[in-house]
Design a protein around this ligand. Structure first.
Ligand SMILES: NC(=O)CC[C@H](N)C(=O)O
Length: 202
């Protein structure tokens, strides 16, 4: 399948294997990214869920912060899920004070609140109405963040109880939940379409 885009999955920590599997089931070529040079030739990159401070610190250690910013500036699409969404955000609220200022790519004009659903509803599953989808999307939230504010250039694609949980801005996609865990591939398909556009520009 030469026309399928090559997608990287950041594989430092968290749920990267599940993204890989789902993308492969869609016919995409997938590679794991741990080092800056592994971004070469990719059309898109997924930042998985996990623990955003840990992933961010490892990104700093491996020289990936600037490398991913350059990848995006050169036309690469990025999809951040859960912790990955936090890493895309320009403003992050709710980082525990002992972590200080957590590393971020600072790419997407959104403000996120970490662990927004509190301890009692730590993790849950729900059906989301997503813009452009004919039927609801099954979404798993695990100690999930929400998007508290967006700039006018950001398109809101889904909300849960009045809070923004999926948004898009150009070639950036950010979601609070884990779309790789329920076997519904529509959000990954959307991301492949976003990545295709950039691939054709190479
Ligand atoms: N499932 C997740 O990715 C959880 C994100 C985690 N609560 C964080 O703030 O980093």
């Amino acid at each position: 399948m030469t026309s399928s885009p090559t997608i990287g999955v950041l594989a430092l920590q968290g749920a990267f294997r599940e993204h890989k599997r789902l993308l492969q089931s869609l016919g995409a070529q997938v590679s794991e990214v741990r080092l800056p040079q592994q971004l070469e030739g990719l059309s898109g990159l997924i930042l998985p869920g996990g623990e955003s401070t840990t992933i961010g610190n490892l990104m700093v250690e491996y020289g990936l912060i600037q490398a991913i910013r350059d990848f995006h500036a050169a036309g690469g699409a990025i999809f951040g899920t859960c912790a990955g969404m936090i890493l895309l955000a320009r403003t992050i609220h709710g980082t525990p004070p002992q972590f200080g200022v957590q590393p971020s790519l600072n790419l997407m004009d959104i403000t996120v609140q970490r662990n927004a659903f509190g301890r009692q509803v730590d993790s849950f599953r729900t059906s989301l109405d997503v813009a452009g989808f004919k039927t609801p999307f099954p979404a798993v939230f695990i100690r999930a963040p929400v998007i508290e504010a967006v700039s006018p250039s950001v398109e809101v694609l889904a909300e849960h109880q009045g809070q923004i949980v999926l948004a898009r801005s150009g070639t950036l996609l950010a979601g609070s939940f884990h779309p790789e865990l329920t076997g519904d591939a529509r959000i990954h398909e959307l991301f492949l379409t976003m990545s295709h556009r950039t691939e054709q520009a190479h």
